[in-house]
Structure formats: C-alpha cells, structure tokens
Design a protein. Structure first.
Length: 672
C-alpha cells in the first residue's frame, strides 16, 4: 500500500485530456519521480514520450493510472500485476455499481479482482489519490492541494466530493486525499488503517456511503484509538425512509441510518452531518486531537456577538462556565471598571488596537476549568477594507496562547470572514482558526464527546431469511425462558377461556393472538373481572385464538425494547418511550447488540423520559437493576437466535419501582 500511495515511478495508461491532467496534477505537487505515459500510438503526452504497452515500460511502476474502458482495464491490470507493479487506480466505470443496468457487471468486477491478484487497486470507478506529504499523486483533474509536512488524510467513496474538499480555503492542512470508488478489492477502512501508519497524519476524515465488512472497521477504530488519531466520519444515508414492511413500532421508527449512527458511536468515531462541520472537526483534530470537554470561554468586542455565541451553542452540549475569582481579577485589571464581566464576555472596544492590553485580557480569560477559549474576530474584506487593526488582534491571540499554554481558537462568525492566509498563520502558531461560528461550535461539541471503542465485536446480521410472526403467547414464552418477566397467563380458546380465567388472580387482560397491533382492531380487552364481564368481552373481541393473563395494574413507566436485523450493521437494539404513543413521542436511542450496560445507562439518561425513570416530583423511580436485567434477557435471546431472528419488540415493558415486566411482545423469525 505504501508503494502505491507514495510512488517514485508512475505510469499513466490511456489517452484523452485527463491523461495530461494527471501529469499536471503530479507536477503541481512537486513530483520528482519518473512519469511514464502509455498509449498505443506512442505519441507525446504532456511533453513526455509515451510507450505503446505496459510491457514496453523501462521501469516497473510503483503506481499506475489505468484510464481505459472497462474491458481493456481487466487486461492491463493483469499485465501490471504480472510485472510486479506496486498498485493501480482503476478509473473506468461499469462494474458492480452498474449491476441494475448490466447483469454482467458483478462478474466483470470479480474478474478485475482476480486480475489484480495481490497487487492493490483503488476503485474501479474512482479518481485515485493525492499525496501532499510526499509530493505524489494519480489524479485526472484539478485539485487544490499543496505540499505539507503534516496534515489530515481524507478518504472518500465519492471522487467529486474529494475534488471539492481539496479546494477548501479554511487553512486545513491536507496530507492525503484518497478515493476508493467501488472498493472492489481495497476497502476504505484498510486505506485508513494504512494512513494510521504514517506519523505525519494527524487525523483521518472518512466520507462513507456504506461500511461493508464490519470487522475491518472495528479493527480500524481500535488501531486509531491506540494511536490517539481521531477519526471523523461524514456518513451518507440520513434521509433513507424507514422500512416499508415493518410490523413493529421499532422498525418504523428506526430508518437505515440508525444502525450507522449506533455503529459509529460504538466505534468511538466522531460523526459530522455537514461538510463544513466535517472540515472544522478535522481542523480541531489536526491541532488538538479530541478535546477533554466542552467547557468554553468566549471573548468578543460586541454584546451582540456574546449573545450570538451563547445562543448558537445552545443545545450543542456546550457550556460557558461562570468566571472564577482569578479570571475576574485579571480581566478587571486588563479591561478597567466599565466592562461587565461574564462568560461569554463583551470586552467592548476600550482596548482595541492596544495589542498588549488585548493579550492580557485574552490571557486572563483562560482558566483551569476551560477546555477552549474562543476569541471572536470577523476579518474585513481585504479587497475593499484595511485589515491592519485585525492583524494586531491576531498577534494578541497568538501571544495569549503562548503565555498561558491553553487551547485558543480565533473564530469568525461567518466562514468567509476568516481569510485563508490568516487561518494558515494561526495554525502555524498553534491557534485554531474557526470558519463559521455555527459549524465551529458543532465541531467542538463533536470533538468533546469522543469515547473509546466498545469492547467486543458487534453481532453480525447474517444472511437474508424468510421470517414469520410468532404470536404474543409464543413470543412471551420464548423470552421468558431467557429470564424476561412476563405476566402469568395461558393460551386458550373462547370455549376454554372461563376455565383458564378461574386459575388466575385479580383483573384479567384478554388478547387476540396473531395481531401485530391489537388496540383499535378489536384485539384486546382489559380490566376484566367476573364471568359476566368475561362473556361480554369474548363477544366483542375479534375472532382468533386468545391469550388470557393476569393484568398488571401498577404505576410505572411504559418503555419500548425493540430489536431489528439491520443487514448493513448488525442487530439494532432500540430503547425508548413505549405504549401506544411510541412513534408519536419518538423518544428513543439505539445500540448494536451486544450493548454494554454502561452504554445503555448513558443512552437511557439521554431520553426525555429519563426523569420518570429516576423518579419525578416525589414519585418513585423505576427499578433500574430489573430494567437492565430485562434488556440483558432480550439481548441474550437475540444472540442465541441470530441465525433466524428478523425482528423483536416488547411494547410496553412496564418499569415499576419493584420490577420490569413485559406486557406485550412480538417476534418475527425464521424456523430454526
């Protein structure tokens, strides 16, 4: 992989304008090695002699760009592999991504993998790579990179997004950009793992369309954590619709992205939902790595900006701690008596243009209780304004950082008001430039919430299966055998119901089996007491076999515990508000099985109903050990039936001060 991504000799195979673009892209990065074009005509390309076939090359290339049609690609990749080339970029499309239009496409991709053998290939259907650390690349278009001595790696499945990211003007040092296309052979996580072996890489950004082999991603996350290198993901797919064929509330509430979210969180990979946040997070990771917390100090020369900082950070799990006595004393000495001291701080303009005073004030803002100090500065347009005063402010921020050793960021509220030259100058001095307050604060919150990967692998989803619905009685019996508490009850018929009822105590619940959603379908009768009430209930219930149970008439919190088989990510465990309002409230959190108790406890605490579980306004809280045991029982069932289970739901699970008991259950699975 190193030979492919840091080549000394490259071959450019094919014709067209893109061929010259590859040569120019490599030269732009200062490539000093040999560039060898290959074209059947033997014509000159970009001022270089070309060779008629790979076998005519004077050297075995470390990396080759294969820019011919998909059929010729197979032959050339095979030839390169046979001659011992270091690797190849496969530019052509029409492989697996075209399977819906061309049924032969998957076979063609398999043939490509076979032709490559042990030689690594990028793609097919990709642009290749740029290496600004070593001054090398195979890239058939323009790009915005320049040589750096250290920087982030960006690995994406989209070549066009890769081009756009190279054009960023936020000052982010980019060391590598790699596109992986179809990932026919070399996968995105493997490329990221290779990047981790380069000590010049400070962080890795991943634009992900799909994960593929989950075990490779788990290994990557552990390796990155051990090396202390942050991984930032921009995962596509948030807008996917929930599963159309869902029988349970769980499946209709958790669209395809819920599994991706749970997987990234389990791996300790920071997720950004927008490209600007992705870039700002990479800037933070490059300079500081993960932040120890989200306690911020903010100082600006405007009350409006101070309020804007506070409002923009609202809801982002950020805090602005009150000033300590030491901070207040030092700020008062620097700013005088007319400034109201607070955090965020409006220092007015009394000290503007006084570099020494500005440095003292901003140094005073740093404190042991802060993880990052924001200096709010919007730079004027240099083409129509004089930015000289702002140069003073930049030097003051750098001086405060040097004096205190604290983390400082100079933040422009609008991204276009952070000049690229200034951003690079701040980076060089260890001060973080933030291009846009809203995106910057989201990035700070994300980098302050980085956890280690969870121990143990996820439970893999296995192959598709034909699943059928177990009725509630069978589902409760199955889950009860794994330790889940269920009401006492019996499967019965209308004729045998009175006899069954006589063996139960208290008020009864009668349910028609086989209905996924009983309420509103004539499928349930509650609070039945006495033979007359029983006969009347049986007459109005919908036809079908029955489950008759002792009714649980206790105060408690109704929860939902659901599990769905997510073909891309494993088994998705969802916990949240239950009962008939489960979908309406949409108060839930998801994990991948097996989920640790610590993670589950944190997830439950994030729910809006968490105060009810703890005990609200004098009411008793839920029996949390019993609740955790119920969740453990569900997970144990899932792990024991991973080859057959498709869907499981308990709704509601009643969490009382004394127990956690399943009032309803649903299982959809294949036969053993």
């Amino acid at each position: 992989m190193k030979r492919l991504l840091a080549p000394k000799d490259i071959a450019v195979i094919g014709g067209g304008a893109w061929c010259e673009s590859i040569v120019e892209a490599a030269r732009k990065l200062g490539f000093k090695g040999t560039i060898m074009p290959v074209h059947p005509s033997g014509r000159e390309i970009a001022g270089l002699r070309s060779f008629r076939a790979p076998g005519d090359l004077p050297k075995v290339p470390d990396a080759a760009f294969v820019g011919v049609n998909r059929d010729a690609t197979l032959e050339i990749v095979g030839a390169l592999s046979a001659m011992g080339a270091g690797g190849a970029v496969c530019f052509a499309s029409g492989f697996r991504e075209a399977a819906q239009e061309d049924e032969s496409a998957p076979d063609r991709e398999a043939a490509l993998i076979a032709a490559a053998g042990a030689m690594p290939i990028l793609g097919p259907n990709c642009y290749g790579f740029l290496n600004a650390l070593d001054g090398a690349g195979l890239w058939p278009d323009q790009h915005g990179l320049h040589r750096v001595t250290s920087g982030v790696a960006i690995i994406t499945q989209s070549s066009n997004i890769a081009i756009n990211l190279t054009m960023q003007s936020r000052g982010l040092p980019i060391g590598q950009v790699i596109t992986c296309g179809n990932q026919a052979q070399t996968r995105q996580a493997e490329l990221a793992s290779a990047a981790l072996d380069d000590p010049r890489i400070t962080a890795i950004g991943l634009h992900i369309e799909g994960f593929g082999d989950l075990r490779v991603w788990e290994a990557l996350a552990r390796k990155a954590h051990d090396k202390g290198i942050p991984l930032i993901a921009l995962k596509a797919g948030r807008s996917d619709q929930a599963r159309a064929a869902a029988l349970s509330h769980t499946a209709s509430m958790t669209g395809a992205d819920a599994g991706a979210e749970a997987f990234l969180r389990r791996l300790g990979i920071t997720r950004a939902h927008e490209l600007p946040v992705f870039l700002e997070a990479l800037k933070i990771a490059h300079l500081f790595g993960p932040l120890p917390g989200a306690r911020l100090g903010s100082i600006s020369c405007s009350g409006g900006e101070a309020a804007l900082v506070s409002d923009t950070g609202f809801g982002e799990k950020l805090s602005f701690p009150p000033l300590s006595e030491r901070q207040r004393v030092e700020l008062r000495a620097a700013l005088g008596p007319r400034v109201a001291l607070a955090n965020p701080l409006d220092y007015h303009t009394y000290i503007w243009r006084d570099e020494a005073a500005m440095s003292r004030a901003w140094a005073a803002m740093a404190g042991d209780n802060l993880d990052l100090v924001l200096v709010i500065l919007d730079y004027p347009r240099a083409d129509i304004c004089d930015p000289a005063d702002w140069a003073i402010a930049t030097r003051a921020a750098i001086a405060a950082s040097r004096e205190t050793g604290a983390r400082y960021a100079v933040c422009a509220t609008l991204p276009e008001l952070m000049p690229e030259r200034t951003a690079k100058a701040l980076f060089a001095e260890g001060v973080l430039p933030i291009s846009g307050l809203d995106h910057g604060l989201k990035a700070i919150a994300a980098l302050a919430d980085v956890s280690a990967p969870e121990e143990g692998p996820v439970l893999l989803p296995g192959q598709p299966r034909q699943a059928t619905l177990l009725d509630e009685a069978a589902a409760k019996e199955a889950l009860g055998s794994f330790g889940l508490a269920v009401p006492k009850g019996y499967r019965t018929t209308r004729e045998s119901a009175p006899e069954s009822a006589a063996t139960l105590e208290g008020k009864l619940a009668i349910k028609v089996l086989g209905l996924a959603h009983k309420t509103g379908a004539g499928g349930i009768a509650l609070g039945i007491s006495g033979q007359d009430a029983l006969r009347a209930a049986l007459e109005r219930l919908a036809p079908g076999p029955l489950l008759i149970e002792e009714m649980i008439d206790e105060e408690g919190v109704e929860l939902l515990i659901g599990v769905t088989r997510d073909a891309a990510h494993g088994y998705l465990l969802t916990l949240g508000a239950g009962g008939t309002r489960a979908e309406l409230l949409a108060d839930n959190v998801s994990f991948l099985v097996p989920a640790a108790r610590e993670s589950i406890a944190q997830g439950l605490e994030s729910l809006r109903l968490a105060p009810l579980l703890r005990g609200y306004r004098g009411a008793a809280g839920a029996d949390m050990p019993a609740l955790f045991e119920a969740i453990d029982a569900v997970q144990a069932y899932v792990m024991a039936h991973a080859t057959t289970l498709e869907e499981l739901e308990i709704n509601p699970l009643l969490a009382t001060p004394n127990r956690a008991i399943a009032l309803d259950a649903l299982i959809r699975k294949a036969s053993e």
